[in-house]
Design a protein around this ligand. Structure first.
Ligand code: AMP
Length: 224
């Protein structure tokens, strides 16, 4: 296996990106960089930045590009990402963010951007029942509740409903996904960097599909 990986995971909220990114990060031994998690930590820490971010997040709105790009660039400049690579989850979300990422990664670039595809009616159902650990971000749902009520199986933290998983915020996030993020699929396709992976099935089936697609593309890329 070629060591490390440089991946972007696209997909609607509720497509299973969080769960799959944790698994892929373990498989390829690379940091999982979730911008949503970074912002939720800032909110929890009560920093001035966190207080500002909270207003956008609770309404399901996007945090302004310049702010997000600054936070991600800083993270990508650390030793672990420079040496091993990364899995970006929730970034880029706009064409402007994709342009900025391409610029900061040049000349090496990405291995691959993956579109994790799940129908909208399925993500709506998943989001309505979704709960997360407020400490480590592990996801739970009606099909996968914590073993003990409200206690995270992974770290023992409290399992809660996300503040932005209200009907109005969910609707707004999906609207913004269509308008701002879906164009990235053509953006990466035009650069021959996109693979679409079916996100339906058990988490194990989806992980196996993802690893197969990623390995095929990376071997081809590294053989050039
Ligand atoms: P997520 O956990 O990826 O669903 O992100 C939660 C919230 O954080 C989003 O609804 C946005 O308010 C904010 N956010 C996360 N990533 C980004 C991004 N790349 N650009 C703008 N806002 C973001």
């Amino acid at each position: 296996m070629v060591p490390g990986a440089r991946l972007v995971i696209l997909g609607k909220q509720g497509a299973g990106k969080g769960t799959q990114c944790v698994r892929l990060a373990r498989h390829y031994v690379v940091p999982h960089i979730s911008t949503g998690e970074m912002f939720r930590s800032a909110v929890k820490a009560g920093t001035p930045f966190g207080q500002k971010a909270k207003e956008f997040m609770d309404a399901g709105e996007l945090i302004p590009d310049d702010v997000v790009i600054g936070v991600v660039n800083e993270r990508l400049d650390q030793d672990d990402t420079k040496h091993r690579g990364f899995i970006l989850d929730g970034f880029p979300r706009t064409v402007h963010q994709a342009d900025a990422l391409a610029e900061v990664l040049a000349p090496v670039g990405l291995d691959l951007a993956i579109d994790l595809e799940v129908p909208t009616e399925v993500v709506l159902r998943r989001l309505a029942g979704r709960r997360v650990c407020q400490d480590c971000g592990s996801n739970y749902g009606p099909d996968k509740p914590p073993k003990e009520d409200d206690i995270c199986d992974v770290c023992g933290g409290e399992v809660i409903q996300r503040r932005d998983d209200t009907d109005a915020a969910i609707r707004r996030r999906l609207e913004l996904y269509e308008k701002e993020t879906e164009p990235l699929i053509s953006w990466y396709l035009a650069r021959d960097q996109l693979v679409t992976v079916d996100g339906m099935g058990t988490p194990d089936q989806v992980t196996a599909r993802l690893i197969r697609s990623i390995d095929t593309r990376r071997e081809r890329r590294h053989a050039r």
